[in-house]
Design a protein around this ligand. Structure first.
Ligand SMILES: [Zn+2]
Length: 439
């Protein structure tokens, strides 16, 4: 049934979709002027209505009336996830009702949920910006879409749900197993979706399970990957398995960043959605130095504004290709390096993340792999192999890992048929199961 609130929401999304269709053509000057206007508005609003910021600004003697936008952002301290998690009520605007209250929770890799309010305007903005991202990958509302991510349906036992109105079929990635995969592959072959969206690992596993059963799987025109870092290896595997283009897409529940890939495989920061900075380990500006953690300030969430929020994701930025062939002037990210909290802790106290991927990237006969730490001095690798795998492959991998991890850690190899999922249903390359929380 189409209710009045659905109609209102659709109108709101449509208005914003037209905005994003226009703003993607802006030049640098217009982008930066818009960002300044939005930052000034949100900072003033936070100073007046949000207890955390009102107190913080008083403490650090920050005058919101003198704030000029981008050039003054460094005057506001960075916001850690832990502060938001432990003091979340202080981030809710006293006039939040006015903007609409929609609760959203994110479990995160460490398992402690973060509760957020996303107001009506932000909900519509996010959907409109996401639709634009999908459109860059060839999506149009009348094309059939299949999405595999972590979903909760009204009936928790349902593995999939069809949204007739938008031609969308959703499948819950947490329930992906050999048995359910066959059901889904058959469903896909009947529907013949034009676009696949979802966790790259899950989409890849569907093709592998299908192959094992001697089934072919309908190839979409394009795949949009979301929710997991897309390594070059995995991108290549997906392209080979489905013989189509793969577009990487990055966003987060906190709605302070969207990074999306255009048809020239350039990852653009959506600067009309949020203001993003890159900082080093000390929180200093690293935007000219290549690699750093991404920090975001949302423009639209007045019910619970987040200013200079540390995402915990590292990116490598590209200063050379500033003007992409697609004609957009939105800033460019060279590589999304991934979550910092997926790591291995070595006995000598180091934390290593995706660098381990290179150690086993090119190992012979290894189709998919995962590195799991279950004790400070023990890791094991889950390996999905093909018939070219042999003893030399193990020797090669162990050497690559030892170079990075040292000799104090015990390494085991497990031949697996499935990789392990974390609590949010994702399949990280590096899994840390010891239980400390560093975020
Ligand atoms: Zn581009």
């Amino acid at each position: 049934m189409i209710t009045k609130s659905i109609v209102n929401f659709s109108i709101r999304v449509l208005k914003r979709y037209f905005f994003y269709s226009t703003s993607q053509k802006w030049n640098r000057k217009t982008i930066e002027e818009y960002q300044n206007r939005m930052l000034i508005k949100v900072v003033k609003h936070a100073a007046q209505n949000v207890p955390y910021y009102r107190n913080l600004f008083r403490e650090i003697k920050f005058n919101p009336n003198e704030f000029r936008g981008r050039v003054d952002m460094h005057k506001i301290p960075l916001l850690d996830k832990e502060i938001l998690r432990t003091r979340q009520n202080e981030f809710i605007a006293e006039n939040a009702d006015k903007y609409g209250i929609n609760w959203d929770s994110t479990s995160g890799s460490t398992g402690t949920p973060l509760h957020l309010i996303i107001d009506n305007s932000t909900k519509a903005h996010k959907l409109a910006a996401v639709l634009r991202s999908y459109q860059w990958a060839g999506y149009l509302p009348w094309k059939k879409t299949f999405s595999i991510q972590s979903y909760t349906f009204d009936n928790p036992e349902d593995i999939s749900k069809h949204y007739r109105f938008v031609n969308l079929w959703r499948f819950n990635a947490r329930l992906l197993s050999k048995d359910t995969a066959i059901e889904v592959v058959e469903m896909i072959n009947n529907i013949k979706p034009t676009i696949f969206i979802g966790y790259p690992f899950s989409i890849l596993m569907l093709s592998r399970f299908a192959k094992e059963q001697g089934l072919s799987i309908h190839p979409p025109e394009s795949i949009v990957t979301a929710g997991e870092t897309l390594s070059e290896q995995r991108r290549k595997l997906l392209e080979d398995a489905y013989n189509c283009r793969v577009f990487d897409f990055f966003s987060l529940h906190e709605d302070v960043a969207i990074i999306t890939e255009c048809s020239y495989q350039t990852k653009h920061i959506c600067e009309d959605f949020a203001y993003n900075e890159i900082v080093d380990d000390h929180g200093q500006d690293a935007s000219t130095r290549g690699i750093g953690e991404i920090v975001g300030t949302g423009f639209y969430n007045y019910a619970m504004p987040l200013i200079r929020y540390r995402l915990g994701d590292t990116v490598e930025i590209d200063n050379e290709i500033f003007f992409c062939k697609c004609g957009r002037h939105l800033k460019v990210v060279k590589k999304i390096i991934g979550r910092q909290n997926d790591y291995i802790e070595t006995p000598d106290g180091r934390f290593l993340g995706n660098v381990l991927e290179h150690a086993i990237d090119n190992s012979k006969g290894v189709a998919l792999s995962q590195c799991v730490q279950d004790a400070v001095d023990h890791i094991y690798l889950n390996l999905i192999i093909d018939d070219t795998f042999n003893d030399d492959s193990k020797v090669e991998m162990e050497k690559g890992l030892r170079d990075r991890l040292g000799n104090e850690i015990k390494i085991d190899f497990k031949i697996a048929t499935e990789l392990e999922k974390n609590k949010s249903g994702k399949t990280p390359f590096v899994m840390y199961k010891i239980g400390h929380e560093y975020l």
